[in-house]
Write a protein that binds this ligand. Structure first.
Ligand code: ITT
Length: 192
């Protein structure tokens, strides 16, 4: 099976992508290739950060690699937390980040939000970009224990459950990452 590096330290994301690409690609994450540094994500766009990560692996390990940068954009908060989603409250603690979002949205009627993913696939020195978004709303309380990050407060449009109430397979079919990933898969299949 073809090897492809997924430049992430996030085990949840690795499992999601492995499930989606099962039988097609062997997915190695940063730990699997022995890349122990915290690759700087200093850009102010998802595309910039995804490209920083994928290029780092190509430069240091010479393997085909893709990286994603994702986050939550909340309309009433000028698209915050955006690229700062992982550390919005100053820590990586999911619950603290969620509490901050809920506090900032207190008394605000517009609960519209979207998850966005941008993937950078570095292949033979070329950068290919794929995007995925899913629209939804921010609940006023947490619900469900599956998934990670802001899943307990995000309800995708057309559903009555949060991402954290869905099982992984269901989330995987509709998520921002799944949409971006499907676009990358189409591209990769076109090369076979
Ligand atoms: P890597 O940079 O190592 O890949 P990360 O946790 O920083 O891991 P992202 O940059 O993709 O992952 O996402 C940034 C944050 O956005 C993430 O920590 C979550 O708080 C949030 N997020 C992204 N995708 C999410 C999802 O599917 N469900 C809930 N929250 C998500």
């Amino acid at each position: 099976m073809k090897k492809l590096v997924f430049a992430t330290n996030n085990q949840h994301k690795t499992e999601e992508i492995r499930a989606a690409l099962e039988g097609k690609y062997e997915i190695l994450n940063l730990e699997d290739i022995g890349c122990l540094v915290d690759i700087p994500e200093t850009a102010d766009t998802f595309e910039g950060n995804a490209t920083l990560k994928s290029s780092y692996v190509v430069a240091h390990f010479n393997l085909d690699c893709f990286a994603d940068d994702s986050g939550l954009e909340i309309e009433a908060l000028n698209n915050e937390p955006g690229v700062y989603s992982a550390r919005y409250s100053g820590s990586r603690d999911n619950i603290e980040n969620i509490q901050l979002v809920l506090k900032k949205l207190e008394g605000i009627a517009n609960r519209k939000a979207r998850f966005k993913t941008v993937i950078s696939l570095m292949q033979n020195g070329e950068n290919h970009i794929f995007e995925g978004t899913i629209e939804g709303t921010i609940r006023t309380t947490l619900s469900g224990s599956n998934g990670f990050g802001y899943d307990p407060i995000f309800e995708p449009d057309g559903y009555e459950s949060t991402f954290a109430e869905m099982d992984l397979a269901e989330k995987n079919k509709i998520s921002h990452r799944a949409i971006a990933l499907r676009k990358m898969m189409e591209f990769l299949k076109g090369q076979l």
